[in-house]
Design a protein. Structure first.
Length: 379
């Protein structure tokens, strides 16, 4: 089960590494969630249950289906069920990809203690598999992270969340006993059932640089807790940072052009273009921030108003328009003519009767009057 993230954890470690100041920027901000995040948490939980389900005999599966309080598939849509199955099947495929192996250990939702990097650091690896290759006597350590999002592609290569999990796994006492005295190799996997899967088989040099170099990660953690830690805007670091809308360092990526020159030079345009992703990210976070403030405590100078969709024909128009326009009411495809064409043939009153606009969410607009903090000061 996914738990509340600490100030420095595997899931935010790369952000802390790229932008040490992000820890202080986020530390007092509330946890954020969404329906997508909640569904991701649910699918992680159900995948762990399904892994256990696969270990049952057929008789036990029947008993489980009759008696289980929460079955792995309860309440899931078909595509979500398939995602859980695909995630578990990926794990099973690793187990069965070689004939000459012995399974030394299989763990799901494995707690990883990373306090040797920083005192409150910990995490949960989704799945871990230890396999002994009988021919080479090498132990393969597979660490798998399931991602159930449908938009952001995540790669296993140099993925610091996975690397932190792998480090935690290799420092776990029960794992150390299993691989004690044996050579081992590390294999990291990102499983995205709705997008694609990714795998990174670490070389010996990779293992030395990214797994064994604990001092490097200790320095990253220590730098984050420096009260004067620098904020360094970066596309990866800022992507899931809660402090985006109030971050002065990110705001600086939007250029200030104090100039009387009418046209920008190419080098000025290129600076703006180079920061386009950060600027887009920043502006989106500003909009979300203002929207949230209006909905809760209010945001001076702005309000939310219903956003209307484009006009479209009403159901009544299917009957009335042919009566008014005859054959001219239709396109060649026998559909009603477009609104633009109809406006040239009908008066405004008729157009108003036969068309409608529907509310499609809301939008932020400036209010006519700003809030007065001290009424007496204005008289």
């Amino acid at each position: 089960m996914k738990t509340k993230h600490s100030l420095i954890s595997p899931s935010n470690f790369e952000r802390r590494m790229l932008c040490p100041g992000s820890l202080n920027a986020e530390k007092d901000l509330p946890e954020q969630t969404s329906t997508y995040a909640q569904m991701g948490t649910l699918l992680h939980e159900r995948t762990a249950i399904y892994h256990e389900y696969l270990k049952f005999s057929e008789a036990t599966k029947l008993q489980y289906n009759e008696q289980a309080k929460v079955k792995w598939s309860d309440g899931l849509f078909e595509d979500d069920k398939n995602a859980v199955i695909d995630a578990a099947n990926y794990f099973q495929k690793i187990k069965n990809e070689k004939s000459h192996i012995v399974i030394l250990g299989e763990y799901h939702e494995m707690k990883c203690n990373l306090s040797f990097i920083y005192h409150d650091m910990k995490g949960t690896a989704d799945s871990v598999l230890l396999m002994l290759d009988i021919k080479t006597q090498n132990v393969e350590v597979h660490v798998i992270d399931y991602k159930f999002g449908k938009g952001v592609v995540v790669d296993a290569y140099k993925n610091f969340q996975l690397l932190m999990y792998a480090i935690g796994v290799l420092h776990d006492e029960k794992i150390k006993k299993r691989i004690d005295g044996k050579q081992y190799s590390v294999h990291l996997h990102i499983v995205q059932p709705f997008i694609r899967n990714s795998r990174w088989d670490l070389t010996l040099i990779d293992t030395v640089c990214y797994i064994n170099n604990i001092d490097r990660y200790k320095k990253v953690a220590e730098a984050c807790y420096d009260p004067n830690a620098k904020r360094t805007p970066d596309k990866k670091a800022c992507q899931f940072c809660k402090a985006k809308p109030t971050c002065y360092a990110l705001a600086k990526t939007v250029p200030k052009l104090d100039t009387d020159v009418f046209d920008l030079e190419d080098d000025e345009i290129s600076k703006i273009y180079d920061n386009k992703d950060l600027i887009k990210m920043y502006l989106t976070s500003i909009e979300e921030y203002i929207r949230n403030k209006i909905s809760t405590t209010g945001f001076d100078g702005y309000e939310l108003v219903p956003k209307m969709s484009n006009r479209k024909w009403t159901q009544e128009a299917n009957k009335e328009l042919p009566k008014i326009l005859g054959d001219n009411a239709y396109e060649i495809t026998k559909k009603l003519i477009g609104l633009g064409k109809a406006e040239k043939l009908l008066d405004k009153e008729t157009m108003s009767k036969l068309t409608t606009k529907e509310v499609s969410g809301d939008e932020i607009v400036k209010t006519k009057f700003k809030k007065i903090e001290n009424y007496d000061d204005h008289f």
